[in-house]
Design a protein around this ligand. Sequence first.
Ligand code: FAD
Length: 449
Amino acid sequence: MATVSIMWFRRDLRLTDLPALTAAAAGGRVVPLFVIDPAFSGTGVPRRAYMAAALRALDDSLDGTLVYRHGDPAVVVPALAAEVGAGQVFVSRDYGPYGRRRDAAVAAALGSDGGRLVGVGSQYAVQPGEVRKADGTPYAVFTPFSRGWRSVGWEYPTPPPEVEWLGAPDVDCDGPPAPVETNVSIGPVGEGAALTRWDTFLEKGAAHYHDRRDQPAVDGTSRLSAALRWGTVHPRQLLADLTVQEGHEAFANELAWREFYADVLFHRPETAWRNLNQRMDAMPLDTDADARRRFARWATGTTGFPFVDAGMRQLLATGWMHNRVRMVVASFLVKDLHLPWQWGARHFMAHLMDGDLASNNHGWQWAAGTGTDAAPYFRVFNPTSQGERFDPDGEYVRHWIPELSGVGGRAAHAPGLLRPDGYPPPMVDHAAEREEALRRYRHVTAGSR
Ligand SMILES: Cc1cc2nc3c(=O)[nH]c(=O)nc-3n(C[C@H](O)[C@H](O)[C@H](O)COP(=O)(O)OP(=O)(O)OC[C@H]3O[C@@H](n4cnc5c(N)ncnc54)[C@H](O)[C@@H]3O)c2cc1C
């Protein structure tokens, strides 16, 4: 009798360039599995809607044979393995804190029945933990990490293997995840859609990426973050098409940031929600009722700072926000409103389709000055001049803030005395809050001497 194994899909919802699937297919028939883990119910709605769409696309490419099981993976995976007589369950390794705990529990449960969880590859070009300094310790700073990352390197992508599938309806299936309601338009999803988007970006955007990536009114970035988050495309597939031209180099550098943050979180899993730089634990932050009111204005895009408000409204409407604006709204929450970065990170995770614990929470720590040391706390973004610089014609802010539609050009960033109908005046004085942020920072540095 032919051997049966299971391919348990998680953050790798594709068939091309999937080393775990290639390994599973080499050993006989393969059961394609996705587990609807009760832990998902706490995650953001746009992210779950994106996942459901990516699963539909995967199931279509498997001719409807994807086996869904609902429940705790440590229970349902060994149960399926016993049902189909599979000795091995193949997965792409998950390096996040929850994924590691879950996989340890599944491996232990499978092991007690003589089965094995086999990790092959991951969602990164270089596995977290692999890039190290000469003395074996991990990098804490991006630039040397990225040099090490490039020198470790990656394989060329592989085509989909020949697979003899054993799936639904021959294997019982609990059905896809319950539909989730969202006002966010998910758009084309799946590995075909990701590669189409990539081809368009390669043809029209990649060569100019270094120039355009900071302009939120321009479609100058790949918009592949959710596809990378769910693994409908692998970074190896993107890296393989890049050359040494400036735009391409800048793009590879951003992929390196994604891998750097995964590496940092792998070595320091507690920093998902705690300051990487523990000295910053002494920073006085506001958490009272007034702080919560300030947070609500930030979250609803009604701070009176157009660049910030446009970003927050883009997030709520689309489940995505431009990177430059993510940095500015994050800085505003921490340094103008003096709120904990965790409040903002939680809000982002609830609304982003690409919500990813490593990139998000370490992106927040970068902006807050509590993380990897490239952006110290005393660098404070001015939300108005950032808008004037990166959205010089005011196109982005007018798009997301209809109240500003009558304010022409770059004046849209500082509507000030024009007082457009229905748009609030700035909720704080940026110059004063910048001083306040620096005062609080001095308190920390003085305390640590
Ligand atoms: C406060 C904050 C929170 C963020 N939260 C997330 C998140 O939850 N999920 C997420 O994928 N990215 C996050 N980012 C990083 C970045 O904003 C997004 O990856 C990017 O905007 C996605 O758009 P894109 O695919 O068009 O990016 P591109 O500019 O086309 O970049 C290509 C890919 O590189 C990666 N990348 C780009 N910039 C970064 C970065 N600064 N850090 C890590 N990876 C990067 C992404 O995978 C992205 O898809 C965050 C950044 C900040 C400042």
